[in-house]
Write a protein that binds this ligand. Structure first.
Ligand code: IMP
Length: 437
């Protein structure tokens, strides 16, 4: 039995898709356990780029089976169009190779409308959601009225429940959110009935499949979406997503016990980015932020939104390491920093002359908070073609070693470009080596 959980250790967009893809050479399963099509994972194979939002990143490796676990919220229309797109690029996506857990909840049109209307109603205090209906779908799950993938097998049973949802959301849109948006039951139902027929053969028992696979000695990668700092409880609340993004969520979102997880990898950029609103203590201001955004092509994979850029934050990272039990960190996008004469690593925050050594609990507590930095020398070389640790310029290695000391966690790989081949092993844990050729 070998299993790895891979989580984003910052605010999302750390390059998880690429790392999952690299580690699937010898994997049997790749499993998504939370979130929905608010995620955007990019994989580049032989120069060809594939953007995924729902399908697990193992889908491009023909021998890998993929599960959308019970903790995922799934928009059937988006999933079907993604399946068509990835099939057109040559992937075989058949029932059995792709399984959708029967307990995963559906995201339907009305969730998207409520998400957008609520953001508008929030005005200046908006969260900056992706507008994909993720929050409202999880709300329905929590208030125990959600429509699940199991219902796709019995459309007649869910018809009246969908109608009740449509009525409720229309009232909410009009009377509470003062929105002009309106949901048409016939439209929602007509499409859902057709989609149910196509998706029904993919619905299965994910918990049983993964439990049995691990018991049989298969290799499983649990692929997190978003980042640990967007966790609904342990993130920068309320500027967070609606699911639990920490590594422990893999067990809850699939339905296996914590003892079945062997290792947790945290993916982090060599700097930081954040999309949407919310605290960001190391945010770069002015031209530097624009420069890093351009160099790093920091625009949302799915939404195209510009990402806010900042320096690497060791304080936030230590929180991610703690809340997810990260064993080692994979540092991505190191090549983006080439050419900057001096680099900064945030070592602590200060407020009113006092050291603050963790992300504060409330937005108001960020008032007057300043990041304290360690400055280190940059490098001028283009490192995107380097393929071994020893061949990296001395300053690059020194930067990584200093960062690793600050976060008190080993760095197992560094990544210097978007392709599979641009991933350099530094000190991979033995469990991780089992996943590589
Ligand atoms: P939601 O998940 O659409 O509700 O958005 C809540 C917050 O999470 C917003 O700040 C989004 O920008 C952020 N977010 C959601 N998904 C991603 C992602 O995949 N990458 C980065 N940020 C995300």
């Amino acid at each position: 039995m070998s299993s790895i959980v891979i989580v984003g250790a910052q605010w999302g967009d750390e390059g998880k898709g690429k790392i999952v893809d690299v580690l699937t050479e010898r994997a049997d399963w790749v499993v998504r356990f939370q979130g929905g099509n608010n995620a955007g994972h990019t994989i580049v194979v032989d120069g060809v780029k594939t953007a995924l939002s729902l399908l697990p990143s193992g889908i491009l490796r023909p021998h890998v089976k993929c599960l959308l676990g019970a903790g995922v919220v799934l928009n059937p229309t988006v999933l079907l169009s993604e399946i068509d797109r990835v099939r057109a690029a040559g992937a075989n996506i058949s029932p059995g190779r792709l399984v959708i857990d029967r307990d995963a909840h559906l995201v339907l049109d009305y969730h998207v409308l409520v998400d957008k209307a609520r953001e508008l109603a929030r005005g200046a205090s908006k969260i900056g959601t992706t507008g994909r209906g993720i929050g409202p779908a999880y709300e329905d799950r929590s208030q125990r009225s959600g429509i699940r993938c199991a219902d796709l097998l019995h459309p007649a049973r869910m018809r009246e429940r969908v109608r009740a949802h449509v009525d409720e959301k229309n009232k909410m849109l009009k009377l509470i959110l003062e929105s002009k948006a309106h949901v048409d039951f016939d439209e929602v139902w007509g499409r859902l009935e057709q989609e149910a027929a196509i998706l029904a053969p993919f619905v299965g028992n994910g918990s049983r499949l993964i439990f049995d696979a691990l018991r049989a000695g298969e290799r499983v990668i649990f692929e997190g979406a978003q980042g640990v700092l967007l966790d609904q409880v342990h993130g920068t609340y309320p500027y967070v997503t609606s699911s639990s993004t920490i590594a422990g969520s893999a067990t809850v979102g699939v339905g296996i016990g914590p003892k079945m997880i062997n290792s947790v990898l945290g993916i982090a950029k060599a700097y930081c980015t954040r999309v949407g609103e919310g605290p960001f203590p190391t945010e770069m201001v002015g031209d530097l932020g624009d420069d890093v955004r351009t160099r790093g092509r920091e625009f949302g994979t799915i939404t195209g939104r510009p990402r806010r850029c900042g320096w690497f934050d060791a304080v936030a990272m230590k929180r991610a390491i703690r809340t997810s039990g990260i064993d080692s960190v994979i540092l991505t996008k190191l090549d983006v920093l080439s050419g900057l004469p001096t680099l900064k690593l945030c070592t602590s925050y200060m407020r009113g002359g006092e050291v603050v050594d963790d992300l504060p609990p409330s937005v108001e507590d960020y008032e007057g908070l300043e990041a304290d930095y360690l400055e280190v020398a940059g490098w001028s070389e283009d490192i995107s073609g380097v393929r071994t640790w020893d061949a990296l310029p001395r300053n690059v290695r020194a930067f990584v070693e200093t960062l690793s000391k600050l976060i008190e966690c080993p760095v197992s790989f560094v990544s210097v470009g978007p392709g599979r081949e641009a991933t350099i092993p530094v000190a991979p844990p033995s469990v991780v080596k089992e996943f590589m050729a």
